[in-house]
Design a binder for this molecule. Sequence first.
Ligand SMILES: *[C@@H]1O[C@H](CO)[C@@H](O)[C@H](O)[C@H]1NC(C)=O
Ligand SMILES: *[C@@H]1O[C@H](CO)[C@@H](O)[C@H](O)[C@H]1NC(C)=O
Ligand SMILES: *[C@@H]1O[C@H](CO)[C@@H](O)[C@H](O)[C@H]1NC(C)=O
Ligand SMILES: *[C@@H]1O[C@H](CO)[C@@H](O)[C@H](O)[C@H]1NC(C)=O
Length: 822
Amino acid sequence: MIWILMDLSILVLLFSLLCFDKIHATELSTISGSQVLTNNDTLVSPAAIFELGFFQPDNTASKYLGIWYKKISVKTVVWVANRDHPITNASAVPLVLNITDLGNLVLFNNSTIIWSSNTTSTASISLTVKLLDTGNLVMVGPQEKMIWQSFDHPTDTLLPGMKLGKDYLRDIEWHLTSWNSNQDPSPSGLTWGADIIGYPENKLRQGSVVKYRGGPWSNQRFTGASQFNRSLTFVYEVVLTKSEVSFSYILENSSMLTRTALNSSGQLESSVWVEEGKKWQLSLSLPRDICDTYNICGEYGSCSLDTVTQSCACFDEKRFVPRDEKRWDTADFSGGCVRRTPLDCKNGSDGFIKYSNVKLPDAEDTWFNMSMSLNECEEECLKNCSCMAYANPDTNVGSRGCVIWLSDLKDIRVYSAAGVGQDIFVKMASSEIVGQSSNTKKGDAKVKIMLVVIIPVVLIICGLSTWLWYARKKRKHAEQMEGGVSESQLPLFSFSTIATATANFSTDNVLGEGGFGPVYKGVLKEGLEIAVKRHSKTSGQGIDEFKNEVITVSKLQHRNLVKLLGCCIQGDEKLLVYEYMPNKSLDSLIFDQKQSMVLNWSKRFNIIKGIARGLLYLHHDSRLRIIHRDLKASNILLDEDMNPKISDFGIARSFGGNETEANTHRVVGTYGYMAPEYALDGLFSIKSDVFSYGVLVLEIVSGKKNRGFIHPEHDNNLIGHAWSVYNEGRSMELIDENLAKSCDKSEVIRSIEVGLLCVQQNAGDRPNMSSVVRMLDDEGTLPIPKQPAFYMQGELLVADFTSSTYNAGSVSDLTITEVDSR
Ligand SMILES: *[C@@H]1O[C@H](CO)[C@@H](O)[C@H](O)[C@H]1NC(C)=O
Ligand SMILES: *[C@@H]1O[C@H](CO)[C@@H](O)[C@H](O)[C@H]1NC(C)=O
Ligand SMILES: *[C@@H]1O[C@H](CO)[C@@H](O)[C@H](O)[C@H]1NC(C)=O
Ligand SMILES: *[C@@H]1O[C@H](CO)[C@@H](O)[C@H](O)[C@H]1NC(C)=O
């Protein structure tokens, strides 16, 4: 057989040399009969989107038959025929792709078979090879009968229309295998494909080891991806039949070029071609973060990014406990968690608790029936003692579907951003459910109330902003603001209005000096009092920070955040107009001997709680996730009732829903308030704000500054002092003498403990703001703080760092704007 093929091939080769010399270096649109594609020929799809031909990766002597985009300037190979048989001696002899008499598509190098489709067809005479505009290379017989297609043999790229999964009738399995390197298309050990045991889902594997799970299939989205680009409308298609289990996607807008490829470092990347930029724009990259690592926290464990250090917790800390507490404490999470109360299946008393926004667990050990309703699913799970949980993986509203998990739940993840995960119902012993049912109801009621409140508010905001937009369009401002500021839909004041309001920026009107310039008091014609932040031309704050502040603040609405009324950009002048706060900033009161009398304990406790709520809103509740980065006493303003308002967002960073941590090469902030990991490594997160909050709480309680704190008996800073009195059970000694009479002792002690918890050295040990708010409101017991950061003078890391870089005295409370941390 091989001999026959070879003989044929030599004939064909000779034939091609004799007769087809002319077509060298031409573009063909179809090959039929035994026509040939040789060395420099290419086969082009009808709309010239894809091209088939020979390519040679940079810096190699190897040639491959492959398909790439014809339309775009960056050579992007999407399929390779002979990926594990490179042609290394191709210079002398022509390469030939032809259809043999037996109906086989074969690539010859001289007389050697390099690659073959392994097909046979009796109708070989009428076979046609075509490259379609989808990127699919097909060989069809009469009536377009498909003999072979490249889509059945994916390499590292999944194009729209390609499938992952299995065709049982033809015994074909579709999965991606990455290239070994950018220059070497040979298959590496990394694969991305369907795990069709149990309910199907895609898994990234290295050899047989699972690295990452895409989450059970859904018609709507990648359920296991915590982030995906909503602006691209992918339409997913899931087939679950006896003859085929497959997953594929198409694009709603087929004129966009998009591909999903598994790269050689094991990252699954979706990209879109951007013609203007002439580049592939990454839209999705999985696995996304450390918490995506397969089963990182063990059974019933869940990984959270809300801490700077990687951290695992039991997925429901009330009802599950680590299997081995000791190993768990040493960060060995492999044992996972177990139910606090074991199930009691035999007596039939178990029930279920619903968890939302969850990445559904590994579905390998599951049973499913997609015609069942959720109620039938629950019954099915109750009947079977191995069933641990059930869920409907189909996220379409009103859809049916039932998956039941038949062993302990692995690789769960609870997302913090809403609308990413799915609902799962986990089986629980009846005693664990008692508290829950009322909880759920309360939760439902809350949701209802929230909807009742939120929907009208959203409608009003939408209406208002549309109206504002039209109004603004009509007005056509003479001064066009740059970039994003114009999109923030914020009132614009003219410079002359502000100048009049502030008596030409009279020195009598100066309220204070902010990090980037003076702040003036003003009165608008209507009688409204305003505070105007004028950015000095020489200030460290450039146009970027300015825009950042405007855009950030204009989107925030909370009673504990200062309200931005508008802004003004004219020439070099950059002005921000805020609501006026008659009682100035917190530092002007608490650190001043006389003024501090104004703030009795109940007012201070109110301030401590108000700042916590404002910060909670920034971190968790606002549409953007915002890290303030410069929380300090001088940035807390007080209204006429002494309610605190957080201000100064010049260096705040907003984050996408799920991001919680970032690194910066520019450390900005104020010494004395900066968390160690931020001051030293430039690593900031919501937990670095928590640290600053802790310092602030201790300052409010004691009326002393952390920086520059002096004690007659020791060299500790305020944090160190608070820690030592707390440790000796003398916490009340920390309090400002002026308060001693008015205070509620338990509130004071609670505040000091919360303050100490917030200034823990390890960011993972600090509570998040929702816990802080709860701790302050609640009478329950608090966790015991460990020794905080910057305890002893000798360990005053930040101060040491400061004195070597800056003159500590002169910069004391100013915001440091540019310190390169590396
Ligand atoms: C054709 O068969 C050979 C030998 O069994 C195999 O190595 C090769 O991968 C097959 N080619 C295709 C395209 O399936
Ligand atoms: C589809 O995508 C193309 C190219 O990106 C774009 O020009 C076109 O406007 C899009 N069409 C629709 C309906 O979104
Ligand atoms: C799936 O569920 C439907 C509806 O309950 C039922 O009619 C059908 O028999 C079930 N199929 C299997 C295989 O259990
Ligand atoms: C639970 O259900 C699975 C799937 O239907 C079945 O294989 C298993 O035998 C059942 N176990 C029990 C104890 O009923």
